[in-house]
Structure formats: structure tokens, C-alpha cells
Design a protein around this ligand. Structure first.
Ligand code: FAD
Length: 561
């Protein structure tokens, strides 16, 4: 069997290596148009920033090492330029020699990845505007930084944009970051990204949210980025990281079917519309495990595992791809943000019914030194409690919570199951009731009717007809509370119950939603209708940021209450 793999990085090399491990006899050729194969694209920002000092660390394999270890014929600098499916022949351009030759195949694997989005903005061709996709891109950016660039603009507040903002700050550059959404990290919901935004600003990044680059102008070699809101920023370097689109030009020209989102259409075995051509990685659309329809999920984990699965299937196994959750994580200076499954924006857009809880627990036992706050949001089905998505933001312990929640989602677990997860615990690492267990407790209480919640966005429309009560201590109340809230601290609540009306709903809140839960249980058992604010005043402030008067907003999130 002669197999040609197009694209020699995450998905392509995984497919080729897996096939070789299963089939010593297959004739496997890998074509890669770039100068490197199997490089660590996820590590590129960190070499620019200096954290990964040795460039060689990113170059995991060479054609020679892949020949020696796996007997693969890896051809760098060779670009597949067309596919004649009827004759099972591809045309290949050897870039250095500028000659085109043909190769026949029995099976073809398309792993061409994605291309950076480059909208038709005036001046985008300025040489100081760069993208980061591969090793030559990294070298070019690092050269400019090493040569003494002082000011940078990063266009795009997604994962790569944030990693680049951090790396450039590490190198001492001033950084302006532009994101057209009114939040950083659009895959998360906006109220979850507020701590990240405060932290990025604290680390010296100037954020321009809710506005986009409109044009670029030359200023004697430097580049002026003109924003839609009229702001002009002069910089030595612009990193354009406004997202990617699947690289389907070759496949499209060969008449392969595309999906509704513009990626390559594949079946559950990752076969394209031509049964002799498989595809994997950023270029394909696959089902989402929490949402309907097919999705583009340009992440390294799915790409590597899809490639491996294609290798299995080429060797005669019939393994099905179960879909992706889009589980992702990013370091933003000293903070971390992760997400898995659907977010609230997507559930609303797809009209999927959901319920949600917010929590702000410590990442480990509060009495053990160094506990920091985790911000957790869990979305679940209101009827069955099935997990739909989760987001976690914090300084420490984000990775383990998001991975536990992603695993729970992959297993089809419900919020009831989260209560029963037996997770590793000792004070330096967690709590006897881990934040993931706590999310299960709170969500199960809601589903069982033990707790009725109100959400930050219910203010003011839904809460207008009720009585708002803050059950925290006086200093916290004085520092800021939901507008119009009566102060009735938990310790005095039982004795002051008669002050609360019996003919109006009561909306209680505290800092994070735990004391107000205790209060709600007391008030409910007195026969009154009561709702506790999910996530407390911390979530309320994150939701209403910028819309409260100054007094309500004066404390940074980590220090409140
Ligand atoms: P790629 O790995 O991009 O490989 C595709 C290859 O195909 C390219 O090298 C291209 O040159 C080659 N090619 C295309 N067309 C042809 C052709 N016609 N002929 C020959 N060769 C061709 N994901 C995460 O999950 N976590 C991270 O932290 C993370 N960080 C990232 C940081 C950066 C800077 C970048 C750029 C990406 C990051 N990603 C991350 C995304 C991740 O790298 C991709 O999802 C993954 O590499 C996709 O794998 P792929 O094989 O589909 O495409």
C-alpha cells in the first residue's frame, strides 16, 4: 500500500507514525512544504519570549530521524499542488529546485492545517505586520524583537494573541492588544474573562476591547495601527493573530466536499467524500460532543489524535472519531484560563436549554498557605443535569479542574455525578470537597429544588419586584453591594426574619454564593420565596462591569468581600 500524507506537523506526522507502527510494509511518503516537520508550533511564542531559550527544543524530528526511527520518506520543501483523483496521482512542487513531479497513491491523507485569517485591511502588507504559524514566522518575529523593537501591537485576544502579548512583555516591549469582541478570549463567556483582563492590564498590556483594526499606515518603517474607534497606535511590530481558517484550497480544487463551516467534510472514520482520501486536523470539520452540527476545532490535541486514528484506519481498523469538546487552556502571565464543551453564548445561539452555576472557591484548602481563587462556571441541562460546558479561570489549579470536567463531559456525566467524584486531596492540592464536587453540589441543589438561584443578569428587570438583601458583614456591604440591597448579615438573619416581607420574592446575595445559600435555606423554611445569587457579588460585578456606579466598582476582584 502506498500512502501519501500531505502536511508534516501535528495530524500528518501522527498519521504517518501510527501507520508505520501498525504496518512495516506500507510505503509512506510525507510531503511538507515548509522547511521543518513535526515541530512544536504550540511552543513558538515561548521561544520569542525567551522562556524556551534553545530553538532546537522546538524541532522535535528531522526527515533523517524519521527515516531512521520509522522508515518514513519525509520530504520538506515539497508542496502538493494538485490531486488527480481519477488517476490517483498528485503533482508535487519541489520548492528549492522549482520542479514539479508526480506521485501515485493508493491512499492519501490530507493534513494541511489552517491559514491565518488576513482580512482585506488597507496597509496589511506592511513588512512590520507579522503572523505566527510556523518556525520561519517565529524566526522573523524574533529577529525584529532581538533587533530592539520597543513597541508592539497584537491584533486578536485569542490564545495565540495572549501568548504573544505575554511573550513580548517578557522581552520588555510595550504591548497594545486589540480585540474586536468586548472581551479577551472569545471562546469563554465575557463575565469569566474579567479577571484576566484586569491581570493583563496589571502586567502592562494596554487593552483595546470592542474595537478592531481598520487600517495600517507606514510611519518611517514603523507601523501605525488605526482602530475603528479612531485610536492610532504606533509600533515597531504588529502581530496579526485574528484567528485561522481551514486550508482547503488543494482539497477544494480536487472536488472534495466541504462542510457548512468551510472545512473539509469527513465521515466518522475521517474519510473525505473520496473514500481513498482521509483528512485530519485543523482543516476538517467534525462533530462537537456538546453541540449539534459540525465544527472547526483548531487545536493540537484533536489534530494529533485524529491523525493517529487515521493511521489506525489506514491499517485496516475501523475506528470512529467521537467528536471534540474544544477543551483548551492558556497561560495569561500568572493566570490561567480553560474551557471545555459549549459556552453560554453558543448555547443561546443554538437555542439549547441550559442552567448554570458560578463558584469562586480556593484552589486548595484555605488554611494551607498560598490558596488563590478559582472562578468556575458550569453549564448543564436543566432536565437531566448532563454537563454541557465548563470554564475555569484562576492562578493555580485551573488545569486539573478543567481536565476533570472535560473527562466528565466525555463520559457523559451529569452534575449529580460530579458530587461523587473521588478526587485526590491533601491541603496543598485541593479541598476535601474539591471545587468540582462543589459545582456538583450546588447544581444538584438547584435541580432538586433545595436552592433557587437568581443570576447576575436578572438584575434589575427580574429582581425589581422583590427585596434585595446582602447577608455579608458590614465592611463588605460598605465596600459595594447590589444596588438597593438591605444589609442583613447572616449572623442576625434568624432574629431579623420578621423584617422580611412574606408577599414578595427575596433576592439574597453574599460574596460568592455560599453564605447566601445558607441564608436562602433559612428564609425558605420560614415559608418565604427566596433566591440566592449564583456566584455572589463577585459574579455580579464581573457581569455588570462598567455599568455600575464607581462606588460599586472600586475594589479589584481578588480583594473583595
Ligand atoms: P499543522 O500542524 O499546522 O500542519 C499543517 C502542515 O501542512 C503545515 O506545516 C503546512 O506547511 C503543511 N501543508 C499545507 N498544505 C500543504 C501542501 N499543499 N503540501 C505540503 N505541505 C502542506 N493548539 C493547542 O491545542 N494548544 C496550544 O497551546 C496551541 N498553541 C499554538 C500556538 C501557535 C503559535 C500556533 C500556530 C498554533 C497553536 N495551536 C495550539 C494550534 C495547533 O498547533 C494546531 O491545532 C495543530 O498544529 C493543527 O495540526 P494540523 O496537522 O492540522 O496542522
Amino acid at each position: 500500500m502506498k500512502v501519501i500524507v500531505i502536511g508534516g506537523v501535528a495530524a500528518g506526522m501522527s498519521a504517518a507514525a501510527r501507520l508505520r507502527r501498525l504496518d512495516e510494509k506500507a510505503d509512506i511518503i510525507v510531503l511538507e512544504r515548509g522547511p521543518y516537520v513535526s515541530f512544536a508550533n504550540c511552543g513558538l511564542p515561548y521561544h520569542i519570549g525567551g522562556v524556551i531559550a534553545d530553538r532546537q527544543q522546538l524541532l522535535l524530528q528531522t526527515p533523517a530521524s524519521l527515516k531512521a526511527m520509522l522508515n518514513l520518506d519525509v520530504r520538506t520543501g515539497h508542496e502538493a499542488v494538485s490531486i488527480a483523483r481519477d488517476r490517483k496521482i498528485i503533482a508535487v512542487r519541489e520548492l528549492a529546485a522549482d520542479r514539479v513531479y508526480e506521485l501515485t497513491y493508493d491512499k492519501l491523507v490530507l493534513c494541511p492545517g489552517a491559514q491565518p485569517l488576513r482580512p482585506p485591511l488597507p496597509g496589511l502588507e506592511h513588512p512590520a505586520i507579522m503572523v505566527l504559524r510556523n518556525v520561519p514566522d517565529m524566526d522573523a518575529i524574533k529577529k525584529v524583537v532581538d533587533a530592539g523593537a520597543r513597541r508592539a501591537v497584537v491584533i486578536g485576544g485569542g490564545y495565540i494573541g495572549l501568548e504573544m502579548a505575554e511573550s513580548l512583555r517578557e522581552r520588555g516591549l510595550s504591548v497594545d492588544l486589540v480585540e474586536m469582541q468586548p472581551q479577551l478570549l472569545p471562546p469563554l463567556d465575557p463575565e469569566m474573562t474579567w479577571p484576566l483582563e484586569e491581570h493583563a492590564r496589571h502586567e502592562g498590556v494596554t487593552l483595546h476591547l470592542g474595537t478592531a483594526a481598520a487600517a495600517f499606515h507606514d510611519a518611517g518603517g514603523a507601523v501605525v495601527t488605526e482602530l475603528q474607534n479612531g485610536t492610532r497606535i504606533t509600533a515597531d511590530l504588529v502581530i496579526f493573530s485574528a484567528g485561522v481558517k481551514p486550508d482547503v484550497a488543494l482539497a477544494k480544487a480536487a472536488g472534495l466536499e466541504l462542510g457548512p463551516r468551510g472545512g473539509l467534510k469527513v465521515d466518522e472514520y475521517l474519510r473525505t467524500s473520496d473514500p481513498d482520501i482521509y483528512a485530519a486536523g485543523d482543516a476538517v470539520e467534525t462533530p462537537h460532543r456538546a453541540l449539534s452540527g459540525s465544527w472547526l476545532i483548531p487545536l493540537a490535541g484533536p489534530a494529533n489524535r485524529q491523525g493517529r486514528l487515521v493511521g489506525d484506519n489506514l491499517a485496516g481498523r475501523a475506528l470512529a472519531w467521537k467528536g471534540s469538546l474544544g477543551t483548551s487552556i492558556v497561560k495569561v502571565f500568572a493566570m490561567t484560563a480553560g474551557g471545555t464543551g459549549a459556552n453560554e453564548k453558543t448555547l443561546q445561539r443554538d437555542k439549547v436549554p441550559y442552567q448554570k452555576v458560578y463558584l469562586h472557591p480556593g484552589h486548595h484548602a484555605g488554611y494551607y498557605p498560598g490558596a488563590t481563587t478559582l472562578h468556575l462556571k458550569v453549564l448543564f441541562a436543566p432536565d437531566t443535569g448532563k454537563l454541557l460546558g465548563a470554564q475555569v479561570v484562576g492562578h493555580d489549579g485551573v488545569d486539573k479542574r478543567i481536565d476533570v470536567l472535560a473527562t466528565a463531559m466525555a463520559a457523559g456525566l451529569t452534575v449529580y455525578d460530579l458530587q461523587d467524584l473521588e478526587l485526590a486531596y491533601a491541603p496543598p492540592y485541593g479541598s476535601a470537597k474539591d471545587p468540582v464536587n462543589m459545582a456538583g453540589f450546588v447544581a444538584s441543589n438547584i435541580l432538586k429544588g433545595d436552592l433557587k438561584v437568581w443570576q447576575a443578569e436578572d438584575f434589575p428587570a427580574r429582581t425589581a419586584g422583590g427585596v434585595m438583601v446582602d447577608v455579608r458583614g458590614k465592611p463588605a456591604y460598605d465596600a459595594g453591594h447590589v444596588p438597593g440591597a438591605l444589609h442583613m448579615p447572616m449572623a442576625a438573619l434568624r432574629s431579623r426574619l420578621p423584617e422580611l416581607p412574606t408577599n414578595q420574592p427575596i433576592f439574597v446575595h453574599c460574596k460568592v454564593g455560599f453564605t447566601s445559600y445558607l441564608a436562602a435555606r433559612v428564609i425558605a423554611q420560614s415559608g418565604r420565596e427566596v433566591y440566592s445569587l449564583s456566584g455572589g457579588y463577585d459574579t455580579f460585578q464581573a457581569w455588570h462591569r462598567g455599568h455600575l456606579d464607581e462606588k460599586e466598582e472600586k475594589l479589584p476582584l481578588e480583594n473583595r468581600g
